[in-house]
Write a protein that binds this ligand. Structure first.
Ligand SMILES: Nc1ncnc2c1ncn2[C@@H]1O[C@H](COP(=O)(O)OP(=O)(O)OP(=O)(O)O)[C@@H](O)[C@H]1O
Ligand SMILES: [Mg+2]
Length: 178
C-alpha cells in the first residue's frame, strides 16, 4: 500500500512540475510578447492623443455654424480688396499682399501664372478653405465670412487640377460631390 501511495505522490509531483513549467513558459512568452508590443502600444497611445487633440480643436472656419446668412438669389459678383495671406505653417512666406481682384457676375476670367504662382490659392480663399489675414473678400458686396459656409460652398462648382475620383461614373462622382 505504501508503494502505491509513493507512486501516486510521485505522479502528482510530476504533474505539479509540468504545470509549473507550463506556467513559467506561458508567463515568459507573455512577458516577451508584451515587451515586443511595447513600442506599438506607445505609438497607439500617442496617435490616439493626437487624434483627440484634432477632434477637440475649435477651427476658425467652423462649417457647423448654422446661424449665418444665406440668400435666395445671388448675382455672384466676387471682389477681393487689399487681401493679404500667409499659411500658418509658413508664416515667413507672404502668399498675398494687398491683392485686388474683381470678378463681375457673368464674366469668365482666366488667372494665368507660373506653377506655384498662387492661382489655386485664390479659389481656396473664395471657398473659405482659409480666411485672409487682412483685407476684404465679398460676394455681392457682402463679406463672405457672413455666409453660412455650407451654403456658400454649394454655390460654387469646383473642378480642381488634382482630382480624386471614386470608382464610379463621372456623373456619379459629380452627384456625390453635391
Ligand atoms: N496648405 C499649404 N501650406 C503651406 N503652403 C502651401 C499650402 N498649399 C499650397 N502651398 C504653397 O503655396 C504656394 C501657392 O500654391 P498654389 O497651389 O496656389 O499655386 P498655383 O499657382 O495654383 O500652382 P500650380 O500652377 O502648380 O497649380 C505654393 O508655393 C505652394 O507650395
Ligand atoms: Mg493650382
Amino acid at each position: 500500500m505504501a508503494l502505491v501511495g509513493d507512486a501516486f505522490a510521485l505522479v502528482v509531483q510530476n504533474i505539479a512540475i509540468i504545470i509549473a513549467g507550463l506556467v513559467i513558459a506561458f508567463t515568459a512568452t507573455t512577458v516577451s510578447q508584451s515587451t515586443i508590443l511595447a513600442p506599438d502600444s506607445t505609438k497607439a497611445r500617442d496617435s490616439t492623443t493626437s487624434i483627440f487633440k484634432i477632434h477637440d480643436r475649435k477651427p476658425n472656419i467652423d462649417s457647423s455654424r448654422d446661424e449665418c446668412l444665406t440668400l435666395p438669389t445671388i448675382a455672384k459678383d466676387i471682389e477681393l480688396q487689399h487681401v493679404s495671406f500667409r499659411y500658418a505653417t509658413r508664416p515667413n512666406v507672404e502668399i498675398f499682399k494687398d491683392l485686388g481682384l474683381s470678378i463681375p457676375s457673368g464674366k469668365t476670367i482666366s488667372v494665368v501664372g507660373e506653377s506655384c504662382g498662387r492661382k489655386s490659392m485664390i479659389v481656396s480663399l473664395i471657398k473659405r478653405f482659409y480666411d485672409p489675414l487682412s483685407g476684404q473678400l465679398t460676394l455681392d458686396e457682402i463679406e463672405i465670412k457672413n455666409f453660412k459656409l455650407s451654403w456658400l460652398r454649394q454655390q460654387i462648382g469646383l473642378v480642381s487640377q488634382e482630382q480624386i475620383l471614386f470608382n464610379e461614373t463621372i456623373r456619379e462622382n459629380i452627384e456625390y460631390g453635391k
